[in-house]
Design a protein around this ligand. Structure first.
Ligand SMILES: C[S@@+](CC[C@H](N)C(=O)[O-])C[C@H]1O[C@@H](n2cnc3c(N)ncnc32)[C@H](O)[C@@H]1O
Length: 372
């Protein structure tokens, strides 16, 4: 009898405390406030579990704990970014263990785990909570991290030469979109030009391949598009500049429409609807806005292929023209990779017509890495 009363008390007081803490979390702004709420949620979750007070209250605690850890993880990311220059601490800034101790964090792993939680989108978080509750499963941080990972245990092998052949699209990365690119191109770029927990910005995100690759390699990611297709892509026209939160990012991954290619898929707001002159003006703006947005030791990766006018070659757009434009707007070339398209992109009738008209079809595509 006594035990039942005790469990009832844990339930009622626990639920009331979780309610108040949930309200407080939406208003909390400092790291200390967020951490305190996270600790309250974890204490209630643990108590409910040991006392056998029921899966619902235990999961309420776990959900609040995860929400608070994600908010704390976002804060830690900004602290980290201000702390390091090329992976080394900025002068005058305490070393990492000391900072973490001052913040009341156990160790580096806890800090990294919270930052990884922060990389998972709100949509995926809600999906995980819903699935776990439907199946009457325990909600845990480990379960959440597993659920948020796009690919189970796929091994990533970095390329060692500067020609990267990737055939086809990996449907585990990105939502179906007319402009999808092979994940291998993005994964290698992240591997060579960023570190764990760096911030990557994709201003023309399409189906979000870059977002999913960032999750896979534990990089933070902000994604935008003039025509967003998923919840974790925000609407933004790059010609108007980058949102303030993208400032000082470490890598911009730029995969724009290749002039008129797929114009009918991208719509009126896309740069593919522009005239040739307007298109080049748009690229000048993109180069300028990106230069202002990126951290001083950051990189911009431009994925581009030539646009060939088979009737009048003077209307063709060549890769060197993009390189010249970016160079004229303060960017320096760091490296160029050949990332050829697959011949599968051409249908049998394209090949037959090309043969008949003695045209040479292009498979050329390059990834040009610029640095500030
Ligand atoms: C080649 S697709 C990107 C595909 C993406 N990398 C993927 O793998 O799914 C180019 C994207 O640029 C977007 N876009 C075009 N003009 C834009 C603009 N002015 N601002 C932002 N996005 C734009 C299009 O809507 C399109 O989704």
């Amino acid at each position: 009898m006594k035990e039942i009363v005790k469990v009832d008390v844990i339930r009622t007081t626990g639920l009331a405390k979780l309610d108040a803490a949930t309200q407080a979390l939406s208003k909390a702004t400092t790291f200390a406030e967020i951490k305190k709420i996270r600790d309250v949620a974890e204490a209630i979750r643990k108590l409910a579990k040991t006392a056998g007070a029921g899966l619902d209250i235990q999961n309420q605690g776990a959900m609040l704990k995860i929400r608070a850890e994600r908010k704390a993880g976002k804060k830690l990311k900004t602290m980290e970014r201000h702390k390091s220059v090329n992976g080394r601490p900025k002068k005058g800034v305490h070393d990492e263990p000391l900072i973490l101790k001052e913040l009341g964090i156990d160790d580096k792993n806890q800090s990294r785990r919270w930052q990884r939680e922060a990389d998972i989108s709100d949509g995926i978080q809600e999906e995980y909570f819903e699935q776990a509750r439907k199946k009457e499963q325990e909600i845990t941080t480990a379960g959440f991290l597993r659920y948020g990972k796009p690919v189970e245990d796929k091994e990533f092998e970095p390329k060692i030469y500067d020609i990267w052949n990737f055939q086809g699209i990996d449907d585990k990365f990105g939502q179906e979109h007319p402009g999808n690119i092979p994940a291998g191109i993005v994964l290698n770029t992240l591997y060579y030009y960023t570190n764990e927990n760096d911030l990557v910005v994709d201003p023309m995100a399409g189906g979000g391949v870059v977002i999913d690759c960032c999750k896979y390699l534990n990089r933070g990611c902000l994604a935008y598009d003039v025509k967003p297709t998923r919840k974790d892509i925000e609407k933004n026209d790059i010609l108007q500049g980058y949102p303030a939160k993208a400032k000082d990012c470490n890598l911009i991954f730029l995969d724009p429409p290749y002039y008129k290619k797929k114009e009918e898929d991208y719509g009126k707001e896309s740069i593919s609807a522009l005239t040739l002159e307007q298109y080049w003006m748009a690229f000048k703006k993109i180069a300028e806005h990106s230069f202002r947005c990126i951290d001083k030791s950051g990189f911009l990766a431009l994925l581009m292929e030539p646009y060939i006018d088979y009737q009048d070659s003077t209307n063709s757009l060549w890769l060197f023209q993009y390189i010249n434009l970016f160079s004229d707007n303060s960017w320096k070339v760091e490296r160029i990779f050949d990332v050829p398209e697959s011949s599968q992109r051409y249908a049998a009738h394209d090949v037959a017509r090309a043969k008949e008209q003695k045209q040479i079809l292009t498979l050329r595509r390059q990834l040009i890495i610029f640095r500030k």
